[in-house]
Every structure is written in structure tokens, then in C-alpha cells.
Design a protein around this ligand. Structure first.
Ligand SMILES: Nc1ncnc2c1ncn2[C@@H]1O[C@H](COP(=O)(O)OP(=O)(O)O)[C@@H](O)[C@H]1O
Ligand SMILES: O=C(OP(=O)(O)O)[C@H](O)COP(=O)(O)O
Length: 398
């Protein structure tokens, strides 16, 4: 039996208002969802509750709104995408609290599904303000959290709500925790972590502990630029958080102390613009032009990454090695993903990858089904790997 409460403990939900936290923070392009994995993964929980007669009220965030409501970060287009995945009607309300939300909930019948607007349009969400959590709670009788990929956030809709009403893990939350425990609870060594992507400031801290758990850390994507700059490499106009240089240096010291190899790019694919058709070239990492951006790691780096994958018994991967959404900056991510997939198919590797964009990249490479396990989570998965308590899970403990 899991040590947290699940839908098996929930009892009769007929006509109950269930506040169901899901992660609908999906990759989008031109207003359309480009990878629906996160929606597909929460669909069984939505369907189960709806089929049992609950009024299913979806709470979710999208992106990182800086200052209140931002039409570009509305969940409205995602309501339509959720409707398509579920093949049942998904109503939408333009606010997650207050009269708009209350009226929409009051109009629900048992079995209905309603998506409320982006919880991060209110500052109380990320601050986990008790008054905001109470305003969310006013529309529900039961809380279910199925957003494993946001469980590392102690926000009102992922943590605060669970203190205000009976709270349970959804089917995806449960399945993710069980699959990660099975695949990585006692990983075969050597363990190689691959970390890339763009969320440098929110993920860099966790590398401090991760280097104590793994045998090698391969750093690519935007994350690598911060490490390169920290050791004095000029990264031109690349995505780079120069103010995190001290943190990056400390991580390299911690890694050396722990005996964890840190692998940084030796070459990069650079361009002056991040758009389709922009001219690009491959350069040595110490020859990045001052007016260019590194948008992918280069072919020599891919060889090194694949050599580490070859050496590994277990690979954990979050964050693409390059800006894979635009060709040719997908090349390294696709090549490494295909190599890890082939090793896994041959039974030589346990491969676990996660993250909204990482999953999209694996689909682009056509190998998502070949990995041992694909998590919807990136940061949450790495924090779980670090051994850090996840606030969204801890609060559901029996
Ligand atoms: N060198 C780079 N420069 C700019 N953006 C990059 C670079 N490498 C990767 N990215 C971007 O990182 C994003 C994914 O990062 P992140 O959100 O951390 O991953 P995930 O969603 O898998 O957890 C992608 O949109 C990709 O374009
Ligand atoms: O996309 C997410 O995480 P991920 O980029 O680690 O996969 C989650 O929706 C959490 O989003 P956040 O990192 O803005 O809190």
C-alpha cells in the first residue's frame, strides 16, 4: 500500500466538488499544443472521477506569469486540447477564484469537467498564501493532486489546499512515484545524469545534491552556458545566467569532492538569431563569436555524451541538449536520445527521462516508447532523485 492517500481511499464522490490539480504546462507553438503527453497522463484520473459522478474542477498553472493575468499564458486553448484528449466536454472559467469561478462551479452537474484559469495569475499561488488557498478551497469538497511534475512546488494549489480538505494523490501521481521507485530506487551504477534545458535558475541548486548521487553529470542546453561562463569561457549572446557563476563553481567543487565527473560541451552550434532558417555554424566552445548564441551542443560533444551513455548502467535525463524546437538545433538531443534508446532496447541500459520539453524532444526523436520510463516531470523528478522531500507529495502522506 502506498504511504500516501490515493483514489482508492476517496470513497463516494457522487456530486462532490473535486478540486483536481493537474499539470497542463505543455509545450505550445502558435497557440496549439505540440506535445499532449501531460494531458494524456492526467486524463485517466479526470475520467475516473467524472465517471464516478464527481464535479471535476481542474486547477493548473501555465508558464510563469510575472505580474498578474497575461492573455498569452491563458489556459483557454488548453481546455480545448484537454477536451480533445478526453473526448468529453471541458468547460472553462476565466478565473480560478471569486465570482467567475464560483458561478461556473455552481452550474456544474455530477460528471462535468471544468478547467479554471491559470492559478499563477494570482500572486498568492506561488507564495502559498493561506487566503488564496482558502479562496480556491471555497469551490471544492475534496482535493486530488495529480500534478507530480509540479509536486516540488509548495504552492497554494499543490500544497496549501491539502491542509484545508481531504486530500488524495491522483492516478498519475501514484504511477509516477511507483515507476520512479521501481526504476531508480536502487539504481545500477554507473549512474549518468544528463541535464540541459533553459530553466537554469530554478534547477541549478538541485545539481549541488545530484552530483553526490550520480557518477557523472553531463550538462548541455542553456544550463551548460552558465557553467562554461563560470569557468571563463566566452559564451557570446547565449542564454546564460552570469549571476549564478558562484553557484556553478561550487557545484563543480562538490562534484570533484564526491567523485562525480562533470562533462561540459567542447563544441557548439551557434547562430545570430533563434529562428527557422537562421544561418548556423559549428565552432569549438572557446571560439563562440561575441554576437552569436550557442543553440545546440556540437557533434564532438555528442560523441562524448554518447560515450558516457555507453558507459552507464542507468541514465537519468532532464532538459534538452539544445533548442530542439527549431532545426538544426535538435540534432544533438535527437542523436543522444536515439543512442540511449538503442542501448535500452538492447537491455544494456535503464533510461529514465522526464520534463515537459524533454518528453516532446523524445517524441520528436521517435524514441519515447523505447526509454525504460518517461516521466511527465523534470525538476520534480530530479528533486525526487536528489532525495529531497516533495511538498506536494509529503502533504498527502497517511
Ligand atoms: N542552448 C540553448 N539556448 C536556449 N534555449 C535552450 C538551449 N538548450 C535548450 N533550450 C531550451 O530549453 C527548453 C526546455 O527547458 P526545460 O523547461 O528546462 O526542460 P523540461 O521542460 O524538459 O524540464 C526548450 O524550450 C529548449 O528550446
Ligand atoms: O514544466 C514543469 O516543470 P519542468 O520544466 O521541470 O518539467 C512544471 O509544470 C513546473 O513548472 P515550473 O518550473 O514553472 O514550476
Amino acid at each position: 500500500m502506498p504511504d500516501f492517500r490515493t483514489l482508492d481511499d476517496i470513497g463516494d464522490v457522487t456530486d462532490k466538488r473535486v478540486l483536481l490539480r493537474v499539470d497542463l504546462n505543455v509545450p505550445m507553438k502558435d497557440g496549439a499544443v505540440t506535445d499532449a503527453t501531460r494531458i494524456e497522463r492526467v486524463a485517466p484520473t479526470i475520467a475516473e472521477l467524472s465517471d464516478k459522478g464527481a464535479k471535476v474542477i481542474l486547477l493548473a498553472h501555465f508558464g510563469r506569469p510575472k505580474d498578474g493575468p497575461d492573455p498569452a499564458l491563458s489556459l483557454a486553448p488548453i481546455a480545448a486540447a484537454t477536451e480533445a484528449v478526453l473526448d468529453r466536454r471541458v468547460h472553462f472559467a476565466a478565473d480560478c477564484v471569486g465570482k467567475v469561478a464560483t458561478d461556473a462551479v455552481a452550474a456544474m452537474a455530477g460528471g462535468d469537467v471544468l478547467l479554471l484559469e491559470n492559478t499563477r495569475f494570482h500572486k498568492g499561488e506561488e507564495k502559498n498564501e493561506p487566503d488564496f488557498a482558502k479562496a480556491l478551497a471555497a469551490n471544492g469538497d475534496i482535493f486530488v493532486n495529480d500534478a507530480f511534475s509540479a509536486a516540488h512546488r509548495a504552492h497554494a494549489s499543490t500544497e496549501g489546499l491539502a491542509h484545508l480538505m481531504p486530500a488524495y494523490a491522483g492516478r498519475t501521481m501514484q504511477a509516477e512515484l511507483e515507476a520512479l521507485e521501481k526504476g531508480l530506487g536502487n539504481p545500477r551504477r554507473p549512474v549518468v545524469a544528463i541535464v540541459g534545458g533553459a530553466k537554469v535558475s530554478s534547477k541549478i541548486d538541485l545539481l549541488m545534491n545530484l552530483v553526490k548521487k550520480v557518477d557523472a553529470l553531463v550538462i548541455g542546453g542553456g544550463m551548460a552556458n552558465t557553467f562554461l561562463a563560470a569557468r571563463g569561457t566566452d559564451v557570446g549572446k547565449s542564454l546564460c545566467e552570469h549571476d549564478l557563476a558562484a553557484t556553478a563553481k561550487q557545484i563543480m567543487i562538490e562534484a570533484a569532492t564526491a567523485g562525480c565527473a562533470v562533462i561540459l560541451p567542447v563544441d557548439g552550434v551557434v547562430a545570430r538569431a533563434f529562428k527557422a532558417g537562421a544561418a548556423s555554424e559549428t565552432v569549438a566552445i572557446d571560439a563562440v563569436p561575441a554576437d552569436a548564441m550557442i543553440l545546440d551542443v556540437g557533434p564532438r560533444t555528442v560523441e562524448t555524451v554518447n560515450a558516457w551513455i555507453d558507459r552507464a548502467a542507468t541514465v537519468v535525463w532532464n532538459g534538452p541538449l539544445g533548442a530542439f524546437e527549431i532545426e538544426p538545433f535538435d540534432a544533438a538531443t535527437v542523436a543522444a536520445a536515439k543512442f540511449a534508446a538503442a542501448q535500452t532496447r538492447e537491455g544494456r541500459l535503464v533510461s529514465v527521462a522526464g520534463g515537459g520539453d524533454t518528453v516532446a524532444a523524445l517524441h520528436l526523436a521517435g524514441v519515447a516508447d523505447d526509454f525504460t520510463y518517461v516521466s511527465t516531470a523534470g525538476g520534480a523528478f530530479l528533486e525526487w532523485m536528489e532525495g529531497k522531500p516533495l511538498p506536494g507529495v509529503d502533504v498527502l502522506k497517511r
